[in-house]
Design a protein. Structure first.
Length: 125
């Protein structure tokens, strides 16, 4: 199974997870030059920008460790673009989902709500 296939399985699973929690999926793989957001979802209170990291069980680096400061900055920049083009009164939130996939099946999900914020970045929502 390729990394792309593993990633797609993880993203599909996280979309279902969010829907079960009452979220609507607004966009998937939202891209601008230099940035991408895997999932954009909303509920009555938040617009969530979700980075999904799918890993095999024997992965040496966790999905959470893979989202460094540079990646966070690119996601925040992309989220600002999305909000500029799609105005909302909802509070923005940045989440990370780590999905463990083995043999094409989701084995585990670890989801961090509000994993980071825009402190220290020059972007205003």
């Amino acid at each position: 199974m390729t990394n792309a296939e593993t990633g797609k399985i993880g993203e599909e699973y996280v979309c279902g997870y969010l829907k079960e929690m009452g979220y609507s999926i607004l966009a998937r793989n939202y891209r601008i030059r230099g940035g991408e957001i895997d999932i954009i979802a909303e509920n009555d209170e938040f617009i969530a920008f979700v980075e999904v990291k799918s890993r095999r069980p024997d992965s040496l680096v966790s999905g959470f460790e893979a989202v460094g400061e540079r990646k966070k900055g690119l996601i925040i920049k992309t989220a600002c673009d999305y909000c500029r083009k799609n105005p909302t009164d909802l509070q923005p939130r940045f989440d990370i989902a780590q999905v463990t996939v083995g043999n094409g099946v989701v084995l585990d999900i670890d989801y961090i709500f509000n994993a980071y914020d825009t402190t220290g970045y020059d972007f205003i929502f």
